[in-house]
Write a protein that binds this ligand. Sequence first.
Ligand code: F6R
Length: 614
Amino acid sequence: MCGIVGYVGPSSALDVLLGGLKRLEYRGYDSAGISVVTNGEIQTQKRAGKLQVLIDQLSASPMADAQMGIGHTRWATHGAPTDGNAHPHNAGAEQISLIHNGIIENFSELKKKLVSEGIEFESETDSEVAAHLLASEFANTGDFEKSFVSVANALQGAFTILAINKSDPGLVMAARRNSPLVLGVGDGENFLGSDVAAFVDYTKTAISVGQDQIVKLRADGFELIDFNGNPVEHEEFKVHWDASAASKGGWESFMAKEISEEPQAVGDTLMGRLDANGDVNLSEFDGLSIENLENINRIIITACGTAAYAGEVAKYAIEQLARISVSVELAHELRYRNPVIDEKTLVVAISQSGETMDTLMAIRHASERGAKVLSICNTQGATLARESDATIYTHAGPEVAVASTKAFSAQITAGYLLALFLAHATGKTENLNQLGKELLSLPRKVKTTLEMTGDVAEFANQLKDIQSVLFLGRNVGFPIAMEGALKLKELSYIHAEGFAAGELKHGPIALIEPGQVVIVLVPAPSSAESLHAKVLANIQEINARGAKVIAIAEQGDDEVAEFAEKVFYTPKTDPLLSPVLSVVPLHIFSMELAKAKGLDVDQPRNLAKSVTVE
Ligand code: F6R
C-alpha cells in the first residue's frame, strides 16, 4: 500500500518522480503528491484522487523543476483520501518534507506529546507525526541525519519514510521497518522506490534495503546504516525486465495485457526447471537441503487472496503426487491462532509482491518455531524472498493491474513444479515424467484457451446488469471457483460466491432462484472417481430450480452442453493441471463484465495491489 519514490541526480526530478509514481500507482490511488527543493525552498503539490489529478494540477500551475525530490501515491489508512491527508507532509515552517508508507502504531502517543509542545497538525494521518518529530529534532540538534535516525528509532509499527530538508538539497534520507524499500543505483544519480518499477526506466541495478536500515542517498553515492548508525553490508541485484514490460504496450488495460501474457507466465516459470523428459530441476532448493526435506512430515501453505487459491491447487498436487500432508492457511489466520508448527514443518508462502504483511508475519512466526520456509514469489529483491530459506521465483514479469491474473497462473505452475520435485525427492516417481511432459505443453494450451474464449466479451456484455453470480467447482476446480468469484467481486462489484459443488445440497442451493447465474467448473470426463457425473448431477439440480448455468468444460465433453446455457471449452489436459486452463475464461469474464459496466479494471475501488499493512 502506498507507492514511494525518491530521487537525487541531474535529471528532471519532476519527470523521475511522476514517472515513478505512474508505475507505482497500482499500490494505492487515493491521492498523490510530490516535494522538491528549488532555490533553497521546499515546494509541495498534492491532490486527492488519482495521479492524473495531480498531473493536471501541475499543468495548470507548473512548479519549478529540481534535481531531487520525493513522491507518494496513497492508499488511505488513517484519514480519508483528501488533499490535506495526501503526502508529503511538511513541518518546521516548511523546513522538511516527509512521505510515509505503513502504519505508525504509536502515533497517538507521539501526537499528544507534540500537541502539548504547541505543534499544530493539519491532517488526520499517522504520518504527520513523523514529519513534526523530525522537524522538532532537527530544530534542536541542527543535524538532519542524526535527527532522522532518532525519529526512525522513535516510531513503532510499519514504515518506510523518506524525508528531505531544504538546507541540504542534495540529500534524501530513507528508513525502512516492515515496509518495502529498494534503492536504484544509477550513474551520477540514485533512486529509491517501493519497488524497482519506480526507477527501472533509469537503472536496472538495485539493492533491496533490509529491515531496520536507513539510507543516505546523494547523486554521487549512498550509504546504508542500521538504526544505531552503524554501516551495513548490501548486495546489488539486476532487474530482469524492461520498462516496456510494465507498460500497456497498446493494450486498452494492464489487465487485458496481463491475461494475454498468461501463456508466457506459465512458460517462463517452467523454463530451465523441467526438461523434455519431464524431469524437474529446482536448484532453488539449495537453501533447503534434502536432509531437511526428509525430516518434513507436513506442509503448511500460507498466502492471502488469489495467492491462497493457487496454494489450494498446490495442495491437491502435492498430496496426490508426493503423499505429504498439506494444509492451506490464510496468512492472517495462521499467525494468530497458535498453530502446531515445528522443525518438521515446511511452510510454503506464496505471494506475487513478496511484501504482503500478513504473509510476512506468518513466515516470521513459523521460522521462530523452527520451520523451514520456502517462498513462491514473483518480485526480485522482495522481503519475502530475503526472509525465506529458499525461493522459487515465478517469472510472470511485472503485474500492474491490481487484480492478479498472470501471476496466479505462474503461482499454480510453480506449485506443480514443487509437487513434482517433492514426489521425486520422496521416491514416488510413478507417472511423474508423463505429467512433467504434459506440464510442458501447458503454455501452448493456455494460448489455445485464450483463442477459444473470444466470445466471452459478448456474453459478459449481455450479463452486465446481473446482481449475483455463484461459482461451483470440485477437486482442483473448487479453488478456481473461489478465484472466479473473487475476481468478479473485485472488478465488477457484483456479489459473487464460490462453493465446492458437493456442498451445494448442504445449504447454498437455497440461493438458487429462477435466473440465478451459476458458473460451473466441470471436471474432465476422465477425472478421478467420476466427479464429472457428480458435477453434471449438480447442474441438473440447479437447472431444475431455474438457474442459468454457464459451464467451463473440457473440449469434447458434449454431454455438458445439454444442460448448460453456454459452455466455454478448454483443451484436454491431465485433470490435475486443468486449473491453469479453466481460470482463463473466468479472468476474461470478470474483466469484460467490469468493462461492460464502465468500471476501471486496472484500479478497482478501495483496493491496492500490495497490502503492506496487517
Ligand atoms: C486478487 C489479488 C489479491 C492478492 C493478495 C495477495 O486479485 O490480487 O487477493 O492475491 O492480496 O497478494 P500477494 O500475492 O502480493 O501476496
